[in-house]
Design a protein. Structure first.
Length: 318
């Protein structure tokens, strides 16, 4: 089967082509433009940029396919941030509308899912762990860590819904990606700041991090921003501040994992923040089977949405 996936998240326009015969995925994606010094976009601006960028991304995907025509057997699209009632952001309407037009014009099925499903499925694919979705596979924990989420969820393979996602814990205030971007902007980096902050942090050997306190397994990261602001005022070296920020996020994720993993032996880490190698290295030492998305499948992407469509389509064929 050939599947087209579309995702129009808060910061990235993306589409993906998934060939189930070869298990190959081709992606095309582009960040939404954010003015220098700014830490995000208004939803109206995000919708505008997606409207401009999505046709270009689909055109580039068609060109990347070469002699293979862009004629999918089904389409998948993300329509909400999370798989829960009331989860909504206008930016997803751009992808949803485009997917509906393509599905109707081609006379093919359209499968709607959440952005969070897409992150988790893309991470499983890139980590070689799609077997975790098998009907008889045990539930596992997944972390979705990005600019909009610091979520720990329980994932249970489901023959009717591909994957059932239940919330376990989260950040009660600032999200990990927000903390990284705000600290990065303090240090003069350009949004989004993740890669540049990691490169800066690698110049430091500091092991210092914030004291971690959880409430019912949930974390609070607003104190991290305040502490980094004070470090800047004190004139501490930028690499040490960057390293403190990333060490603190790693320490928080370690604590959240330990608090949630009593009945689980498998943990998946997904989302843009999890592409950070310094954070990954500290999580790999946990006494669990851990899996991480490859960098190209960590940040927002449509690959997992295409995989969701494939699973849904195959379910209805069987």
């Amino acid at each position: 089967m050939k599947l087209l996936g579309i995702d129009t998240s808060n910061y990235t326009t993306s589409c993906a082509w998934y060939d189930t015969d070869t298990n190959r995925i081709i992606q095309k994606k582009q960040l939404l433009p954010v003015a220098e010094g700014q830490a995000g976009l208004r939803q109206s601006d995000a919708v505008f940029h997606h409207t401009r960028q999505l046709p270009l991304m689909i055109t580039q995907l068609a060109e990347a396919l070469g002699d293979t025509p862009l004629k999918p057997d089904a389409i998948g699209v993300s329509v909400s941030p999370r798989p829960e009632e009331g989860s909504y952001m206008p930016c997803f309407l751009t992808g949803k509308g485009t997917a509906q037009i393509l599905a109707v014009s081609h006379g093919i099925p359209l499968y709607e899912t959440s952005h969070q499903h897409g992150h988790i499925l893309a991470a499983l694919y890139s980590a070689g762990c799609l077997s975790w979705l098998d009907a008889d596979a045990p539930s596992f924990l997944a972390f979705h860590v990005s600019g909009g989420t610091t979520d720990c969820v329980r994932c249970t393979p489901d023959s009717k819904a591909v994957l059932r996602i239940e919330p376990v814990s989260q950040s009660l205030d600032l999200k990990a990606g927000q903390a990284i971007d705000r600290v990065g902007l303090m240090l003069g980096l350009r949004f989004p700041c993740g890669q540049a902050l990691e490169q800066l942090a690698m110049q430091s050997e500091s092991k210092a991090h914030m004291q971690v306190k959880l409430k019912d397994g949930c974390c609070s990261l607003s104190g991290l921003q305040n502490q980094c602001e004070q470090m800047v005022k004190n004139g501490e070296a930028a690499p040490d501040i960057a390293r403190y920020c990333l060490n603190s996020i790693a320490a928080v994720l370690r604590a959240m994992t330990k608090a949630a993993a009593e009945q689980h032996s498998r943990v998946l880490y997904a989302g843009g923040v999890m592409s950070d190698q310094l954070i990954q290295d500290q999580l790999r030492t946990l006494p669990f089977e851990t899996a991480f998305a490859a960098p190209e499948f960590s940040c927002d992407n449509a690959a997992g949405v295409a995989i969701f469509a494939a699973r849904e389509a195959l379910k209805w064929q069987s």
